[in-house]
Design a protein around this ligand. Sequence first.
Ligand SMILES: Nc1nc2c(ncn2[C@@H]2O[C@H](COP(=O)(O)OP(=O)(O)O)[C@@H](O)[C@H]2O)c(=O)[nH]1
Ligand SMILES: [Mg+2]
Length: 321
Amino acid sequence: MRFGSVALLGRTNVGKSTFLNAVLGESLAVVSPIPQTTREALLGVVHRPEAQIAFVDTPGLHRPKSELGRRMNATALEVARAADVLVVMTDVDPALVKTPDALLERDREVIDLLPAGPARLLVLNKVDLVRDKQKLLPVLVGYEQMHPFAALVPVTLRSGRDAERVLDAIVELLPQGDAGYDTDTLTDRTTPFFVREYVREQVLVAARGEVPHAVAVSIDAIEERERLLSVKATIHVEKEGQRRILIGKGGATIKAIGTGARQRLEELYGRKLYLELFVRITPKWKDVPRQLAELGYEAPSEKRLLTALPDAPKRRARGPR
Ligand SMILES: Nc1nc2c(ncn2[C@@H]2O[C@H](COP(=O)(O)OP(=O)(O)O)[C@@H](O)[C@H]2O)c(=O)[nH]1
Ligand SMILES: [Mg+2]
């Protein structure tokens, strides 16, 4: 048996959360084409007959423009320091394949930041965007020269089969050891986290431009009964215009956000959910440490990582989807 923790790292929007969901067989993490969708570390435990792998999805490493951004970067690096294996993910930009150096330059800073100890795997995602796969060779050679990776894997993570190939390469790098989690452990996060995430996910679906980046969600009340989960939450925005967009004509947008989030949560928990949403203006929340804490974005050192709490949602036997 192999067991270990694996940090999913890289720039924002390269496919880290897509990969986590693919290997879990569950859309646990929020995936979207909008950068900086993932704001917090998320544990997802993958169970295979020969291995148990504790993946930690992380926020994309970027040049921060706010205290929130700085905390996101610090979180990713803290996860990296605690991991047995680092999966460094990057993606193909079809506009840049002709100039491999330009592609590589986007990742140099990220790769330089990572701790030197753990084994590293490079995953080059979105190769579906390049028709002539020969063009990828100089890119892979470039990464190899930048840093000695244990393996370089070009993939299209949107296809489930490629995700399994990456998983196989990761398992080879894991230490031998007993499983660290019960066989039904899925994650360490509990209901408040998933309510905040899935409400924010629906905001990403409903609104564009600056709005997704201006939004945070806080939990006002949660009541967990056997058959029904009852939640009141507040969506925080920075400006009045953003509040109007999220409410929509006659409340249509906020209603759609609530319905979408409720469906996602009911699927994860396998029970009914009652969700009540409010929208409030909280100016500059991204830069006020006290407000960040109230909105659930603790400084990384205050966070517990990789501990599965008894009230986290469990893996369930599921049919093919
Ligand atoms: N073309 C293409 N897009 C992908 C692939 N994998 C992920 N994406 C898209 O890339 C975007 C960012 O993905 P996400 O997993 O949220 O990236 P993260 O920020 O690194 O977690 C989403 O719109 C995904 O659907 C792929 O293999 N090919
Ligand atoms: Mg992500």
